[in-house]
Ligand binder design. Structure first.
Ligand SMILES: Cc1cc2nc3c(=O)[nH]c(=O)nc-3n(C[C@H](O)[C@H](O)[C@H](O)COP(=O)(O)OP(=O)(O)OC[C@H]3O[C@@H](n4cnc5c(N)ncnc54)[C@H](O)[C@@H]3O)c2cc1C
Ligand SMILES: *[C@@H]1O[C@H](CO)[C@@H](O)[C@H](O)[C@H]1NC(C)=O
Ligand SMILES: *[C@@H]1O[C@H](CO)[C@@H](O)[C@H](O)[C@H]1NC(C)=O
Ligand SMILES: *[C@@H]1O[C@H](CO)[C@@H](O)[C@H](O)[C@H]1NC(C)=O
Ligand SMILES: *[C@@H]1O[C@H](CO)[C@@H](O)[C@H](O)[C@H]1NC(C)=O
Ligand SMILES: *[C@@H]1O[C@H](CO)[C@@H](O)[C@H](O)[C@H]1NC(C)=O
Ligand SMILES: *[C@@H]1O[C@H](CO)[C@@H](O)[C@H](O)[C@H]1NC(C)=O
Length: 587
């Protein structure tokens, strides 16, 4: 009541000094009725006293969210700190370890770009203020369940947005949001390897804190003589969004996606309960968290994953540049057809990068429990095709290692991940590549994409069919297109480090256009939600497929008030981001 009176009075003042539009008034009314979340500056936004009280509750672990570009702004911007921010602006690491800033170039946007502050030479593009944009306003450095409970309670009672930020790798941008309180899980790094016992699985497992990253997980498992499925990128959050959205990586072809290996989640629900979700307890929540979309059902504190006995791993890589498009795309088709064979070899996976100008790079193929000669044998039919086309690789190397993590470190070394790229993807069904009459339609899409000089595409092949992985349809809500896919096609467009919001909007439109083109040639396919755009027209069918309705039920059961909200989370369309960044109920 009093909150709404306060807003009413503020609005009146606003009307006198400026021109408050009708939509402002409507937004204010909506906030009063609990239909919109408060934003900083609203009279209903928690007072400093309330934030201080929250800070006491969480033992001083509350952090004010500061955009990384901040040193370039203010009444006395710091020139040397600003040039340092400019230097690191396209690097991922500073954004990964930050409590609120995110890797996604699109979602971080230019609202506090280090290139447009008061020190910048170009008056036309100069911004005087660093605005918070989509960067969360506050974060709690979560160390235990009590801090997460305090966070969800505070967000609920004060009608503000809540989200979980782990590494900030998220491509659809689900770890950022205007006016949000972020639960920052990055520092929950615990891990234990133990023997898990249940009706459905008894064997070795890793219980890992939500903040554990891919390489950290590989190392923990290796130290105990195990290997475990996790992502290709060493810094992705293995205990966070990676597993909740599916999770592919170099061992998927043997053990499946991350979501195929889950045993248990320790969570805090948005009503403040500290629960275990497994096949025995809170089954529906366990099911949804195993691939049904990140950051939407509960706050995860730890996850328990199956691990597997380690052993020798063979690897191979190959790079060529073929400027003649005819030959290049023939070679690309030959590689895709060769995948029809290698994907039937247990434990074989391959990750390939395609760049404009005829660059083809098999970053590495992985063959578990195989020798150098085995992997060479599997690749030889493709080598012959390259020979026949007169293509000579500039890199062609095969090497075996005694354990998986040694293989991984060797072949991953030197990979540089930059932020200035907008990404989308499509799962490519085996049936399309097997059909010579259909393959040219796919090649035309690749030709289109690679004609853009700032494009990149990836062909990530691993067989995650139910037969291979050892589970059945519906065991988890991973998009079923994964099971028949020969490979995941990722693609992106790079932007200049100084890209403006409008340019980033255009890049996003380009990538959505590519997702549509791939969709047209793969009507039976789908997309991998964790690496797709947040606003694709066909998100519901193409990111969730047949599991959508069931996931929505779980969402409504565990978070009926949509305390957690993200796009394209299941049910997110009941809410909408308005032009001013305000999150409001649609109906
Ligand atoms: C460079 C790069 C490489 C990638 N490589 C791979 C890859 O090899 N394989 C692959 O499958 N994917 C990959 N991805 C995609 C990756 O899986 C997603 O970005 C994923 O969402 C990352 O999860 P995160 O926790 O690290 O990131 P964040 O952005 O911090 O979080 C992502 C989502 O998970 C939610 N979340 C995180 N932690 C929790 C928690 N504890 N409880 C509840 N919700 C949580 C967040 O709210 C958000 O919705 C890559 C992405 C990038 C940018
Ligand atoms: C929370 O408290 C700690 C320790 O008392 C302090 O260092 C920190 O700045 C406070 N956070 C905020 C947002 O005020
Ligand atoms: C400016 O930033 C640098 C770090 O880049 C710091 O060492 C210095 O103290 C800052 N100067 C002021 C006046 O804050
Ligand atoms: C910058 O912010 C200040 C204080 O919030 C405000 O008074 C001023 O109008 C803003 N300037 C611009 C150009 O947006
Ligand atoms: C996966 O491998 C099996 C044989 O192990 C094969 O029958 C199946 O077609 C493969 N699936 C895909 C999608 O490649
Ligand atoms: C790559 O090297 C192997 C030997 O390790 C060789 O047999 C093969 O022909 C080479 N491939 C190509 C395409 O040159
Ligand atoms: C993206 O950033 C990298 C690293 O700063 C830079 O080399 C590259 O040119 C940028 N891409 C574009 C298209 O500007």
């Amino acid at each position: 009541m009093s909150k709404c009176k306060m807003i009413g009075r503020n609005l009146m003042v606003g009307l006198l000094v400026a021109t408050a539009t009708l939509s402002n008034a409507a937004a204010t009314t909506a906030v009063c009725q609990g239909k919109c979340r408060f934003l900083p500056g609203d009279a209903g936004w928690p007072s400093d006293g309330k934030w201080d009280a929250l800070n006491k509750t969480v033992g001083g672990r509350l952090i004010r969210g500061v955009p990384i570009g901040q040193p370039c702004y203010g009444s006395s911007p710091n020139a040397s700190a600003c040039s340092e921010v400019q230097r690191i602006w396209t690097d991922q690491d500073p954004f990964i370890t930050d409590p609120v800033n995110v890797v996604s170039f699109y979602h971080e946007s230019d609202s506090c770009s280090p290139f447009y502050g008061p020190l910048s030479a170009n008056a036309e593009t100069r911004h005087l203020n660093c605005s918070q944009g989509r960067v969360a306003s506050y974060a709690i450095n979560v160390g235990d369940a009590a801090a997460a409970i305090a966070g969800v309670k505070f967000a609920r009672e004060n009608n503000i947005r809540l989200l979980v930020k782990n590494t900030g790798h998220d491509i659809p941008g689900r770890s950022s949001g205007q006016g949000a309180l972020a639960l920052w899980t990055h520092n929950i790094k615990s891990s234990t390897i133990f023997n898990y016992k249940s009706k459905t699985y008894t064997g070795p497992a890793a219980r890992i804190g939500a903040g554990l990253q891919v390489l950290e997980l590989f190392d923990v498992a290796a130290a105990h003589g195990y290997r475990v499925t996790a992502g290709s990128c060493p810094t992705v959050g293995a205990g966070g969004g990676w597993v909740q959205g599916g999770g592919h990586g170099p061992l998927s072809a043997a053990y499946g996606l991350g979501a195929d290996t889950t045993l248990e989640f320790e969570v805090v629900t948005t009503d403040g309960k500290h629960l275990t979700a497994s096949r025995a307890r809170n089954k529906d929540l366990f099911w949804a968290l195993s691939g049904g979309g990140a950051g939407n059902y509960a706050v995860v504190l730890s996850v328990t994953l199956k691990v597997f006995p380690d052993g020798p791993v063979a690897g191979s890589r190959l790079t060529f540049t073929e400027p003649d498009p005819e030959k290049y795309f023939t070679a690309l088709e030959a590689w895709q057809k060769h995948l029809l064979y290698v994907n039937t070899v247990p434990g074989f996976q391959a990750s390939t990068t395609l760049l404009p100008g005829g660059v083809f790079s098999l970053n590495y193929a992985t063959l578990l429990d195989g020798t150098e000669s085995d992997i060479t044998t599997h690749l030889t039919p493709f080598y012959r095709e390259l020979d026949a086309l007169g293509i000579t690789p500039t890199v062609n190397e095969t090497k075996a290692h005694p354990t998986f993590v040694e293989h991984y470190r060797y072949f991953e070394a030197g990979t540089v991940y930059t932020r200035n790229v907008t990404v989308g993807n499509r799962l490519i069904p085996r049936s399309l590549i097997a059909d010579d009459a259909r393959l040219p339609s796919l090649t035309r899409v690749y030709k289109d994409i690679l004609a853009n000089p700032n494009s990149v595409a990836f062909v990530l092949a691993s067989n995650v069919s139910h037969a291979r992985v050892g589970n059945a349809p519906g065991d988890n809500p991973v998009m079923s297109a994964w099971r028949d896919s020969l490979f995941l096609s990722n693609f992106g467009v790079f932007s200049d480090g100084q890209a403006t919001a409008a340019e980033l909007e255009a890049a996003l439109a380009t990538v959505n256009g590519w997702q549509t083109k791939f969709r047209e040639v793969t009507p039976e396919g789908g997309s991998y939600m964790n690496e797709a755009t947040h606003n694709f027209e066909f998100w519901k069918t193409d990111y969730y497929g047949e599991w959508y309705d069931e996931l929505l039920k779980v969402k409504r059961k565990y978070d009926p008030g949509f305390v957690l909200w993200n796009q394209p989370g299941a049910g997110h369309d009941a809410w909408q981001i308005k032009e001013d960044g305000r999150l409001c109920k649609v109906r």
